[in-house]
Ligand binder design. Sequence first.
Ligand SMILES: NC(=O)C1=CN([C@@H]2O[C@H](COP(=O)(O)OP(=O)(O)OC[C@H]3O[C@@H](n4cnc5c(N)ncnc54)[C@H](OP(=O)(O)O)[C@@H]3O)[C@@H](O)[C@H]2O)C=CC1
Ligand SMILES: [Mg+2]
Length: 432
Amino acid sequence: MFQSPRRLCSALLQRDAPGLRRPPGPPPRRRSPPPAAGPRPASPRLLAAVSAAQGAARSSSRTVYPMGNGTSRLYSALAKTLNSSAAAQHPEYLVTPDTEHLEPIDPKELLEECRAVLHTRPPRFQRDFVDLRADGPSSHPPIRVMQWNILAQALGEGKDNFVQCPLEALKWEERKCLILEEILAYQPDILCLQEVDHYFDTFHPLLSRLGYQGTFFPKPWSPCLDVEHNNGPDGCALFFLQNRFKLVNSANIRLTAMTLKTNQVAIAQTLECRASRRQFCIAVTHLKARTGWERFRSAQGCDLLQNLQNITQGAKIPLIICGDFNAEPTEEVYKHFASSSLNLSSAYKLLSADGQSEPPYTTWKIRTSGECRHTLDYIWYSRQALSVRSALDLLTEEQIGPNRLPSFNYPSDHLSLVCDFSFNEESEGLLE
Ligand SMILES: NC(=O)C1=CN([C@@H]2O[C@H](COP(=O)(O)OP(=O)(O)OC[C@H]3O[C@@H](n4cnc5c(N)ncnc54)[C@H](OP(=O)(O)O)[C@@H]3O)[C@@H](O)[C@H]2O)C=CC1
Ligand SMILES: [Mg+2]
């Protein structure tokens, strides 16, 4: 049963992130004031925001970066990513930029830019964090982890057959901003993404400038490559905030199934918290999709668990695994994870009344075959070493609307999952 009374708290207010903290009051509406289309000169409103961010940067050690006269630089940062065909036309976009030479950008400013691009779209859905703490405050700030299958642009436009979603809602220039807006709203310390096919031209350059270190592992035979005007292969991406964590080691894993190499991948990294010096392992994966492939998924899951056994030195290092497992909780692969000797629990079960049930859906779309509502995405964690302090509630059926996802309001057919973790005190010293 659930151990503690749950408290709803605003997603934006709960976080200790001055740069993004919203003042009390109703959520801002998207449409005021409508900015001019395309790159604009720096406006007084934006310059005021720059000063505010600079003030916040001076008074806070959190991730708020000084901007200088960076409004125009910010425009160029976002504008550079606006043309989805840019990567194909200009191969230099495919080269990972040297982040040492990229100037930091202020998350608040980027959020403003995204909102300006999205001014004709309906407002963002409001989601709340549910407080799940059973004990008192912990001595270190929580580790916020976001799991999200962001929907590959090529698959969304060319393969997925979301019959109730107009192609206009999938336009990359705007959908990209919806994705960034979601990331900026919750400011995860760690970001685990699937179906990333705009890593080099969009997510790596922008997130690097927001202070993240990124790793990308494309699928060996990405179905995106079958789509005309694709932007390269899709794959898993893992980002973490460099001011919070130090990379200890990193492994790109091509998953096997019954010893055969498969088209699915994972990234596993051991990170050390700069504040507490504690180490943990974070992994991201995207297992084989579709019905008929349950045993294949199960084998891939076993391979991933075996790899993680080795990486965590037999569960000595606490572990968080994020993924689109393409498997309902009734599937074998889910059972392998739930009963593994790694002692894992699924974080989102804690949102249920009895703490034992997964959410009713993490993806909801309408294909030619009909409505597809499934629970496929999970955040697993070492239940002895870690606690879930809060989790972001899912969208309601009413918010998702009759045409389901993706939509003009929400950029992917999968919902983002976001959890705040802390180390359990009794496990302190485990790695010291
Ligand atoms: N060129 C070559 O020699 C080879 C090419 N390939 C290509 O790779 C593809 C298979 O790759 P694989 O990684 O196994 O793909 P998967 O079966 O895992 O699915 C790939 C993507 O399709 C999405 N998807 C799931 N269900 C459906 C559906 N009903 N309709 C449309 N899309 C769906 C999944 O999204 P989600 O996870 O969100 O459900 C997933 O991102 C082949 O179709 C082929 O194009 C593969 C091998 C060799
Ligand atoms: Mg998909």
